[in-house]
Ligand binder design. Structure first.
Ligand code: PMP
Length: 317
């Protein structure tokens, strides 16, 4: 039976192990930045969140869609004028080295972070020194995957012409942090964000899918979403499972009449939403289409399904 991620909470402090910084693998305890660092002051960095899943039977740790994540990191870098002296393939190789150095035999979360490292006051993007770090931490589920309560947030999703949503910009995460904080303070698990036109954009740190009449629907990449890698994978799974997929804008009230709703993201994985604004989604339990996608997904990510071996990269030779 395939399982969701197993391990510590995402709220644990990260203090030990090895990371990649200044072009080499070093103890995490030595990888520090000065308080004057541009990215710390202005949020001028971009990052990725990648998972690696442990397959105990094979004694193998599999990075999930690592190349796609690094390709997106390099796109984020282009938007922020960050120049890295590495190709996406080289970054995948460095990540495998970091994971192997830590000798993980468990599920791991990987955080590449590219940022403006100059120690200057000037608010700008050009002419600053760029840095890259990659750190890793054992981590279980980011949220429960079997039934979350969500609220449509009154915090609007940042739009492309303010802080580009398709780039994973460090400072931009104030936006989902405000939305999630308000949702949790009001007794919900998760926030769904609308874009400036009042239509559904995505959740706080995951893309959103709804199911209506057996078809899977998700918002287009022009709805101020992060162009999710899990989202793309789910579209592929749906095609193989012969579930029709529609990529089109979603109205707020469609959330209230949808048969199923779920989150899709590297951290969130495939997480069912069973109530929105205190209204039950469908019959208020994990839906059949969501459950089917979860079943295939959680096998694929651990390298247990031959059809999706190109999703995973083994760490141990
Ligand atoms: N939207 C946002 C805002 C996110 O932070 C994430 C997580 N990276 C996602 C969507 C899901 O993207 P992915 O499937 O590539 O992890």
């Amino acid at each position: 039976m395939a399982e969701t991620a197993k391990g510590p909470s995402p709220k644990q402090e990260i203090t030990s192990g090895y990371c990649f910084f200044k072009g080499e693998i070093m103890p995490l305890a030595d990888a520090n930045v000065n308080i004057t660092t541009h990215a710390l002051n202005y949020g001028t960095g971009c990052f990725e969140g990648i998972r690696a899943y442990w397959n105990g039977e094979q004694g193998q740790l599999y990075m999930l869609k690592a190349l796609e994540h690094y390709q997106r990191l390099l796109f984020s870098c282009r938007i922020l004028k960050i120049q890295l002296p590495y190709t996406a393939e080289e970054l995948v190789d460095w990540t495998a080295k970091v994971l192997a150095k830590n000798e993980y035999r468990e599920d791991v979360y990987i955080r590449p972070l590219a940022f403006k490292g100059s120690q200057v006051i000037k608010v700008t993007l050009a002419g600053l020194r760029d840095e890259l770090a990659i750190f890793t931490v054992p981590m279980g589920d980011y949220v429960s995957t079997s039934g979350l309560s969500a609220v449509v947030s009154n915090w609007q999703r940042i739009s492309d012409n303010m802080i580009p949503s398709r780039a994973k910009v460090s400072g931009a995460y104030i936006n989902p942090a405000l939305a999630t904080d308000a949702a949790v303070a009001d007794g919900y698990d998760e926030a769904i964000m609308l874009s400036s036109d009042g239509q559904v954009s995505e959740a706080s740190a995951a893309n959103l899918f709804i199911v209506r009449n057996g078809a899977l629907i998700t918002t287009p990449i022009t709805s101020d979403i992060l162009e999710g890698i899990t989202r793309r994978g789910i579209v592929q799974l749906a095609e193989h499972l012969q579930i029709p997929v529609e990529i089109r804008p979603i109205d707020r009230t469609e959330l209230y009449i949808a048969d199923e709703v779920f989150l899709a993201g590297t951290g969130a994985q495939i997480a069912s939403i069973t109530s929105i604004d205190r209204r039950p989604v469908g019959d208020g339990t994990l839906g059949a289409v969501t459950a089917k996608l979860q079943e295939v997904y959680y096998r694929a990510v651990r390298g247990m399904d031959d059809r999706y071996l190109d999703w995973v990269t083994p760490v141990y030779k």
